[in-house]
Design a protein. Structure first.
Length: 223
């Protein structure tokens, strides 16, 4: 079923708090059709001109979801997090309506387990993920950090001194440090793919991938 969902399929976003509003806004900027739903009339009015459609409805009611056509969506985001009961009930309603892809926000591990068990395809922990990301950034060595499964990460950073001024082939970075430089950005330019012939300068930014611990060691090299 996942493969049959169009990449530009409309998205149902339930909950217009900070997380839901940010999700709906970004989808709109990507020219995606968005139906945003919230129980707050004020939030619905605020977003009425910012997304394709915004309606006031109580998604805890499966009848209310049917009335707004939730069953016609291939993708739904449950952005309600303040009430675990509401989050679980809304997710269960979407499962009953056979929405193929359900993304649900969780505020705790136990909350996430419940969402997954009742049928959420993807459980998101925005607060935890943001906290983990900040923990990696506070040292000042890394400018951006994304970690995937099995401690694999991609980061944006300034190049440590040992890799400056020589080609990537000559630096032998992967063998020495266990990381890979995949992109380089010179001042005023755009990021471009790194090649063995790429020479890193003092003022470049680099994109590095690899094991998170190896990246931290690489970033800590004398710079």
């Amino acid at each position: 079923m996942v493969d049959r969902i169009k990449h530009d399929a409309p998205v149902l976003v339930i909950g217009l708090g900070r997380f839901g509003a940010a999700t709906a806004g970004q989808l709109e900027r990507q020219d995606r059709d968005v139906l945003a739903v919230d129980t707050s009339e004020g939030l619905v009015q605020k977003w009425a001109d910012r997304v394709t459609h915004a309606v006031q409805a109580d998604a805890r009611s499966i009848d209310a979801l049917k009335q707004i056509g939730a069953q016609d969506f291939s993708i739904a985001v449950v952005a309600v997090g303040s009430s675990i009961e509401a989050s679980v009930l809304i997710t269960a309603n979407l499962v009953d309506l056979k929405v193929p892809q359900i993304w649900a926000k969780a505020i705790s591990q136990s909350h996430g387990k419940i969402l997954a068990r009742i049928g959420a395809n993807h459980v998101i922990y925005p607060e935890r993920e943001a906290g983990e990301r900040v923990a990696h950034l506070v040292s000042g060595r890394l400018l951006d950090y994304i970690e995937f499964d099995d401690a694999f990460a991609i980061v944006k950073m300034y190049p440590p001194r040992p890799v400056r001024g020589a080609s990537l082939a000559a630096s032998n970075i992967r063998k020495k440090y266990g990381v890979t430089i995949v992109g380089v950005k010179s001042p005023g330019g755009a990021f471009s793919e790194a090649t063995p012939e790429t020479v890193i300068s003092n003022h470049d930014l680099i994109i590095v991938s690899g094991d998170s611990a190896a990246i931290e060691r690489f970033a800590a090299l004398e710079g």
